[in-house]
Design a protein around this ligand. Structure first.
Ligand SMILES: Cc1cc2nc3c(=O)[nH]c(=O)nc-3n(C[C@H](O)[C@H](O)[C@H](O)COP(=O)(O)O)c2cc1C
Length: 313
């Protein structure tokens, strides 16, 4: 089974991808990392700071797949060309993001409102951009049954892979991924299918592999931030040790401090990781509040040392 790290804005940036691969990568079964979405600029002038995330020099030794969030197929095709010039092959299209600011512009899962527009978008992409293009999608806007019509559109195009997160837009991240609906549509998908949603343990992975042996991959998001060794364990490797987690944490924190130019910005980024990661540490729940309140580097570092003192679980 192929395992993929899900794109997560504010979490799975270049600094995380490097630290994750260094500390928890399994060399015999490398994970593919989907980068958080980029929106192609309407004036077709690439924004240096955004593109820096994808510069090959900033992502050595890591397999990265860029993702686009767009609603104009011609613009997306142009951007795919730019990414190919940078050396990327596969480019992923985001039809899953449920954030109100994104869907209000008709992007992300907002694209699922109108299958005809989705069709026109994909037609422009596939007629103007060569090479492998994959899609990451939700099932629909309000009801899983919408996926029948949406899938008819996807099936018209040679997607190299279709990643399905079986929630609908209106659900945001509430409730559970609808694995029954996923199962119901799976055999009708012509592209290779990757499953995504609510995988947090090796047992979950095994259960999915047993239930859906024909999957091309399983993508894990929050579960991998919560337990960075999850996919290493899935291929027979060890659980995370305290030393590894400390090394991983320090690499992230120092990497963000250098990238953002000040510890307080790094603290804010690190809190997004700790929101998930803290549950690996036994009895650290009481430290969630002081962690949330920490602003300065020294405050943050004090709480983090206390969290690490809670190990082992
Ligand atoms: C903070 C956050 C940021 C995300 N950013 C992206 C993104 O940039 N692109 C995308 O396709 N999905 C994004 N997602 C959705 C995840 O890729 C994934 O589909 C979702 O979290 C379900 O998988 P999981 O249960 O394994 O986390 C994001 C999710 C979260 C929680």
């Amino acid at each position: 089974m192929n395992y993929y790290a899900a794109p997560m804005e504010g979490l799975t940036d270049r600094i995380w991808r490097q630290a994750h691969q260094r500390w928890f990568g399994a060399p015999e079964a490398p994970v593919r990392y989907y980068a958080p979405f980029l929106s192609p600029p309407e004036n077709r002038v690439l924004i240096k700071k955004k593109m820096a995330e994808l510069e090959p020099a900033a992502n050595p030794g890591v397999q990265v797949i860029p993702q686009l969030l767009a609603k104009d197929g011609e613009l997306a095709a142009w951007m795919i060309g730019e990414l190919r010039r940078m050396g990327y092959t596969e480019v992923n299209l985001n039809f899953g993001c449920p954030s109100g600011t994104v869907t209000a512009k008709g992007k992300g899962s907002g694209m699922l409102r109108d299958p005809q527009k989705l069709d026109a978008f994909l037609d422009a992409v596939f007629s103007q951009a060569g090479g492998p293009v994959s899609v990451k999608t939700r099932l629909g806007v309000a009801r899983a049954e919408e996926f029948g019509e949406i899938l008819n559109v996807y099936n018209k195009y040679p997607l190299c892979e279709l990643t399905i997160h079986p929630r609908v837009m209106k659900q945001l991240y509430r409730g559970q991924a609808d694995r029954e609906a996923f199962a119901a549509y799976l055999s009708a998908c012509t592209a290779p299918v990757c499953y995504n949603g609510d995988v947090t343990t090796v047992d979950d992975l095994r259960a999915l592999e047993a239930a859906f042996p024909g999957l091309s991959g399983i993508m894990v998001g929050r579960g991998l931030i919560a337990d960075p060794a999850l996919l290493r364990k899935a291929v027979g490797g060890p659980a995370a040790s305290r030393e590894e987690l400390r090394g991983y944490h320090d690499e992230l924190y120092h990497g963000y401090t250098e990238a953002f130019g000040m510890a307080s910005c790094a603290v804010s980024r690190m809190k997004a990781h700790w929101f998930y990661l803290i549950h690996l540490f036994d009895g650290a729940d009481a430290l969630e509040k002081p962690l949330r309140k920490a602003r300065e580097g020294w405050e943050y570092e004090t709480v983090v040392n206390q969290i690490f003192a809670c190990w082992p679980k």
